[in-house]
Design a protein around this ligand. Structure first.
Ligand SMILES: Cc1cc2nc3c(=O)[nH]c(=O)nc-3n(C[C@H](O)[C@H](O)[C@H](O)COP(=O)(O)OP(=O)(O)OC[C@H]3O[C@@H](n4cnc5c(N)ncnc54)[C@H](O)[C@@H]3O)c2cc1C
Length: 589
């Protein structure tokens, strides 16, 4: 997902009747040393990998992920009163959902990996770094989409790997791939395990076994070139770990997706992630200036200059390749100076179309805030914790209008100056400034939203998100088409939407859907998702702005790139991975 956002923000802001939405942290500004080889890394203990469940990394890293849900179990969120009202009065939720089974009740396939092969793999990574116990297998089963969670809660561990391997270096990854290719063992590169598109669900058929390659031990900041503003980091670093290491140099990536606490740099690159401050810092793929990739055929070292006319850019082949072409073992990333000041404000517009026009103006003519997002009427209303009014208005109320969050980061002078110029534009286009209250509230709750999903599932409601992007001229049609498809498939769901990534030419649309569960909630959601995906393609949108393809979007991706496009992808795959061991079934149609 990205921002189950607004339901959770409801939780966070219900008492203050404030506004909604999530994201952004803070780091000090200190000068950087040129070309220092820093090597200051987090401990070598993967957070999410089997026995014992020790959290890895600096204090800012989140605790171990709940295997059947989201995040740190200690931070599980109850349902606030307004959300309960909404479930009952508007969605008609009457009965609780099926409770989650215990970890020891998850049904796992019998391990298929031949003992000799496991021993050979273990000899590469060392004892303790090859794990085949049930807990390690369960914790590396699938990602964190709502269907993934539904299956796990029901005890369905059928997609579990046979073993989990924790390599410590590029050379170890190369050697593991060599052995796996020789024995036709499928390999699933595993970062934070937060995929929401089935990116960690390989097709087992035709393989002697499946291993998850957890990159958590590859968690070093390798070097900082402060003159070029480039840092080399290893792929297993989670968001907070990377930010903490960079903060010691006065730097930041500025990449803060809602999954920030758990997702890794390798996963950001492999799935073309986009953070909530993308207006100011860019998408993650914009930050990648170079990378090292281990493939079954050897090493790819890409990116030797800031820009190049030396043929097609092969970095673009690896970005978004979701583990199907190789394992990213190192990333050279453009970094920015950590901001000294942050100002987040709320604005109200009378309608989604008026707010959209204002965002477009800022995206095209500037000044561009660092964070810029607009909630539609329904999302704004839910964020205001007034579900009763939603019922009265049939889901839409012009009263609340639409909330914009605009954030500015930089030196205090830069942030203030940009804020004033943007404020003049927003006022001129009909916006009313709500002050910093809604902005601070949004920043405060930016990572808490996904916790609410587990409680909603338990309460008998399905909540899931989906996203797309389109050109400004086609955005209203795309918005209407997706909403119509979801309503058609689900009857009377709550469909909320926001724009959170803007460009000169267009923007993303991010939908959060809540519905009462039917007798078969998984089939119910899959039908709705199919309908929404068809609507996206028919309305000219892309099947994903930042979640990626995985298994769930493969068919729609094929429709997007056409037969020749599919042939090219298959050709690359065959060249880099002739045995087809890398994440089989993911990405490539
Ligand atoms: C609650 C929630 C909120 C989210 N919010 C956002 C958001 O705001 N923005 C956003 O962009 N996404 C978001 N996502 C989606 C997800 O977090 C991103 O796709 C993220 O980039 C995945 O990173 P990860 O480390 O968890 O990768 P994983 O889920 O472990 O892997 C993702 C894919 O990349 C492959 N992969 C992982 N590491 C490597 C590597 N080193 N080399 C090669 N392949 C690799 C995997 O095989 C898999 O196919 C959210 C997900 C959830 C559950």
């Amino acid at each position: 997902m990205a921002d189950t956002a607004d339901m959770a923000d409801t939780a966070d802001t219900a008492d203050t009747a404030d506004t909604a939405a999530p994201d952004i942290p803070a780091t000090p500004d200190t000068p950087t040393a040129p070309d220092s080889s820093v090597n200051a890394a987090a401990p070598d203990t993967p957070a999410d990998t089997a026995a014992p469940d020790t959290p890895a990394g600096p204090a800012t890293a989140a605790g171990p992920m709940l295997w059947s849900g989201w995040g740190d179990p200690a931070r599980a969120a109850g349902l606030p009163g307004p959300v309960r009202t909404l479930l009952q009065d508007i969605l008609g939720v009457r009965a609780p959902g099926t409770p989650a089974v215990g970890l020891d009740e998850v049904r796992l396939p019998a391990p298929a990996l031949p003992a000799g092969v496991l021993a050979a793999l273990e000899s590469v990574v060392g004892a303790g770094n090859a794990r085949s116990g049930d807990e390690a297998r369960v914790r590396h089963t699938r990602g964190k989409s709502t269907p993934d969670l539904m299956r796990m809660r029901a005890g369905d561990g059928s997609d579990a790997p046979d073993a989990v391997l924790l390599p410590g270096s590029h050379d170890e990854v190369l050697e593991l791939l060599r052995i796996c290719a020789a024995h036709r063992v499928a390999v699933v590169p595993f970062g934070g395990g937060t995929s929401v598109v089935g990116g960690l669900t390989p097709a087992r058929e035709g393989h002697a076994g499946v291993v998850a390659l957890d990159l958590a031990r590859m968690n070093r900041l390798v070097s900082v070139d402060a003159e070029s503003m480039v840092a080399e980091l290893e792929p297993g670093l989670r968001g907070p770990q990377a930010e903490e290491l960079l903060a010691a140099h006065g730097l930041t990536l500025g990449h803060f997706p809602q999954s920030f606490e758990y997702a890794t740099l390798g996963g950001f690159a492999a799935a073309r992630s986009s953070g909530q401050a993308s207006a100011g810092y860019g998408r993650f793929d914009d930050m990648v200036v170079g990378m090292t990739v281990a493939t079954p055929r050897g090493t790819l070292d890409l990116g030797r200059a800031p820009k190049s006319a030396a043929g097609p850019d092969l970095r673009q082949v690896v970005l978004g390749s979701e583990g199907a072409f190789g394992v990213i073992t190192s990333l050279r990333l453009r970094v920015r100076r950590a901001p000294q000041a942050r100002i987040y404000e709320g604005w109200r517009f009378g309608s989604f179309s008026a707010g959209t026009a204002a965002l477009r103006r800022l995206a095209q003519d500037g000044p561009l805030p660092t964070v810029l997002r607009l909630s539609d009427e329904t999302e704004t209303m839910v964020g205001l914790a007034k579900p009763g009014e939603l019922a009265e208005s049939g889901g839409l109320s012009s009263g609340a209008g639409c909330l914009v969050i605009a954030g500015y980061e930089g030196t205090p002078e830069e942030a203030a100056e940009r804020r004033d110029r943007a404020a003049a534009v927003l006022t001129g286009l009909g916006g009313t400034c709500l002050g910093t209250g809604p902005g601070d509230s949004w920043a405060h709750g930016r990572y808490s939203a996904p916790y609410l999903r587990d409680s909603l599932l338990a309460a008998g409601a399905t909540v899931e998100t989906l996203e797309t992007a389109g050109f400004w001229s086609g955005l209203p049609r795309l918005y209407d088409a997706v909403r119509l498809a979801l309503h058609g498939a689900l009857g009377s769901p709550l469909v909320m939407c926001h724009i959170s990534h803007v460009y000169g030419t267009g923007a993303s649309l991010y939908f959060t859907v809540v519905t009462a569960q039917s007798g078969d909630p998984l089939a119910q959601w899959e039908a709705a998702k199919r309908s929404a995906s068809e609507a996206i393609i028919a309305a000219g949108g892309t099947i994903s702005h930042h979640h990626g393809v995985g298994r769930d979007h493969r068919d729609a991706y094929a429709a997007e790139i056409g037969e020749l496009g599919v042939e090219i992808l298959r050709g690359i795959k065959e060249r880099l991975d002739p045995e087809g061991i890398l994440n089989p079934g993911v990405l490539i149609p």
